[in-house]
Design a protein around this ligand. Sequence first.
Ligand code: G6Q
Length: 544
Amino acid sequence: MAEQHERIVDTPEWKALEEHFERTRDLHLRQMFTDDATRGDTMVLEAGDLYLDYSKNRLTPETITLLVALARRAGVETLRDAMFAGEKINITEQRAVLHVALRAPEGEQILVDGVDVVPEVHRVLDKMAGFSDRVRSGAWTGHTGKRIRNVVNIGIGGSDLGPRMAYEALKDFSERSMTFRFVSNVDGNDFWEATRDLDPAETLFVVASKTFTTLETMTNARSAREWALEKLGDDAAVAKHFVAVSTNAEEVAEFGIDTENMFEFWDWVGGRYSYDSAIGLSLMIAIGPDAFRDMLAGFHAIDEHFRTAPIESNLPMILGLIGIWYDNFFGAETVAILPYNNYLSKFSAYLQQLDMESDGKAVDRQGNAVDWQTGPIVWGQPGTNGQHAYYQLIHQGTKLIPADFIGTCRPAHLLGDHQNLLMANFFAQPQALAFGKTPEEVVAEGVPAEQVPHRTFAGNHPTNSVLVTELTPNTLGQLVAMYEHKVFTQGAIWNINSFDQWGVELGKKLAMDIVPELDAATEPDLAHDSSTNALIRRYRRLRS
Ligand code: G6Q
């Protein structure tokens, strides 16, 4: 039988929040702002370059006090300290969880099994930097002596989404004379589109896979080798056109990549927390080692804040607690991430994995089924595009959708009045969501009576506004660290293991049973359920 642990929902702190919820659930943000004219100045937090305004949430100062007490009861600080101390808090895999070590400055000490990992981190960073510089300067050439002009990252999940998101976010800092592409899907169309216009003699593949066994990545890597060798002819070309990022030297060598050209990381880096390890190699080639290190410094600034600030003023913790308030008390199912900066076009997709893979769990750390809600569904796209699409449902639908608005004050490129128009929307949307429009206000606009209900906005839709001076490698690091630690805080309160991913492991095995049935030359005996059997038969019939 699984060991018992204090159930968070049975604690007096949780009960106090339940009672508080009953008393405050119907309070309207209109009223709360009328009652306290300073709300917008006081319900704010700052950390590094991040400014969080959480005043447009359906909570009072008392809510925060009660949530902070809950965090203390749940031992969030203790688990945080255990993470920073290198304890094996990923209990199902018996691993330390030390993405924070990836951005620790030289000279800091973080021990795993008694060994300081920080010098190793910097050894690999230096190796990455040397390699990136050689590729960027043209000193590293392809097999035919041509300069490398294209870098294609092959990876999936945690070995793709991070570098891809950050490359998009920091494109303005990237080497524009080079082309960067990301291939993840085992769907051959992905590989085809990524390489169709590239010259193999000028192309470098970064095969990024922690395990170096992932079906999609290895399939794409093999196709890449064939694609390159078809033109370059000679097996020796692999050494000049392929590098690997992995923890698995044996498989890398087996694939034919010289382990000299392998950049390692460690089992204490989870895939979705790995883009500031060697998994970020393609990003480093794009933006250069200095910008990459600046990004790590941004991560580290928020790590330090998270590690040292009291819960009351700990920005990622408060963000996490506000999420708990909606998830567990209001029963909200989702959270929308809405960046008002087009360079952050992949940010929501990145956070989707970070959050949903980490906190999408239904058993506690001791293996007992939980009977409280855990991680939310994360979704969203950059504003203002979403405003012309799905915001309708947030404004006037029947669901409660807490949303994070992320805005940057300085645009990378000044173009007419674009930035002010963008930011006017960034300010207006949370305002409209919070305060809505009453029937009286609609009537006063001269709207015919029968249309009044349709044009009324109930308001009271909660939002966080995160304002950043500008999007740079450093502030991107800060933003990502903020969400990493938010997710950590929530997992700690729910008493789940945010650092394993058995659902992903399952997916890695499932399809393998079916592959021989699709490959079989003659009609195979199928022993699945009737639906799967029929679908496979139909596919076999139609595919050619
Ligand atoms: C992340 C997950 C998962 C993983 C991919 C790729 O936390 O574990 O998304 O990153 O499945 O795995 P490999 O890097 O081993 O190819």
